[in-house]
Design a protein around this ligand. Structure first.
Ligand SMILES: Nc1ncnc2c1ncn2[C@@H]1O[C@H](COP(=O)(O)OP(=O)(O)OP(=O)(O)O)[C@@H](O)[C@H]1O
Length: 233
């Protein structure tokens, strides 16, 4: 679905991502892992066009587009949905208004929030007219995922969807990501620090360390040596 090749990124003089080659296979759930500050969010932001790429390509298939050469606004139209770190819900807008944010990218006749979003997240229907800021952290995460789904993505990218969320809701979010991936066929790329969660939802892992990709493969292959070397603090 996505093939990243030779990607380099800088913050000013600081070389943050180094020669990243990475595959996000269609239909699978890939978990991007690594310690704090290794460049996971930066890589997602490069895919979304929120950070400038110095060199390399991010090929999106089957539409056959290099995202590096595509405008930020094009991503949702090309079928890429994004749930950013910290959720970024608009606190003063209602749940309905937050969900409607993505609608203008759709053709005029299709600008309606799909019903299945309320089946996945019944709480959003119950709280439709409440302000985003009144929702709990877990409810806001559901709203952020719902908002990303409004544009009918083929690829869903999530940055630490379980961060700051209560354990019982983490389980619920995991079930929803699995459902989206395994039953509804969305390709998923997510950043996740919690190992049990990564193992539960992921088919594949990819590890970054100090801006370089150091390992990737099937989730079964994420062994103690890799965990000790690159993930534990
Ligand atoms: N806007 C920015 N300007 C300058 N440096 C930045 C910026 N954002 C991140 N960095 C730096 O780039 C490096 C990678 O940060 P990034 O947030 O991508 O890492 P991460 O792996 O997602 O970390 P975390 O798990 O803490 O979210 C870090 O050294 C960080 O301090």
């Amino acid at each position: 679905m996505i093939s990243i090749q030779g990607l380099n990124q800088f913050y000013g003089e600081s070389h943050t991502l180094w020669d990243i080659d990475m595959q996000i296979p269609e239909g699978q759930c890939t978990v991007l892992m690594g310690r704090n500050g290794v460049g996971k969010t930066t890589l997602l932001q490069c895919i979304m066009g929120h950070q400038k790429v110095a060199s390399g390509s991010i090929q999106l298939n089957p539409v056959n587009k290099d995202l590096v050469k595509t405008s930020v606004e094009q991503r949702p139209r090309l079928g890429v949905g994004y749930v950013p770190q910290g959720r970024q819900i608009f606190p003063l807008l209602t749940v309905e208004e937050n969900l409607q944010i993505g609608l203008p990218v759709l053709p005029r006749g299709q600008r309606k929030i799909p019903d299945y979003i309320f089946e996945l997240f019944p709480v959003l229907a119950d709280m439709m007219h409440r302000r985003g800021g009144d929702l709990s952290g877990g409810q806001q995460q559901q709203l952020a995922i719902g908002r990303a789904l409004v544009v009918d993505p083929k690829l869903l990218i999530l940055d630490e969807p379980t961060e700051g969320i209560q354990p019982n809701v983490v389980q619920e979010i995991g079930d929803i990501i699995r459902k989206l991936n395994r039953e509804m066929g969305l390709t998923v790329l997510l950043v996740e620090q919690k190992l049990p969660f990564a193992r539960k939802v992921g088919d594949r892992f990819c590890i970054l360390d100090r801006g370089r990709k150091v390992a990737e493969g099937a989730m079964d292959g994420l062994d103690d040596t890799l965990i000790k070397q690159y993930l534990t603090v």
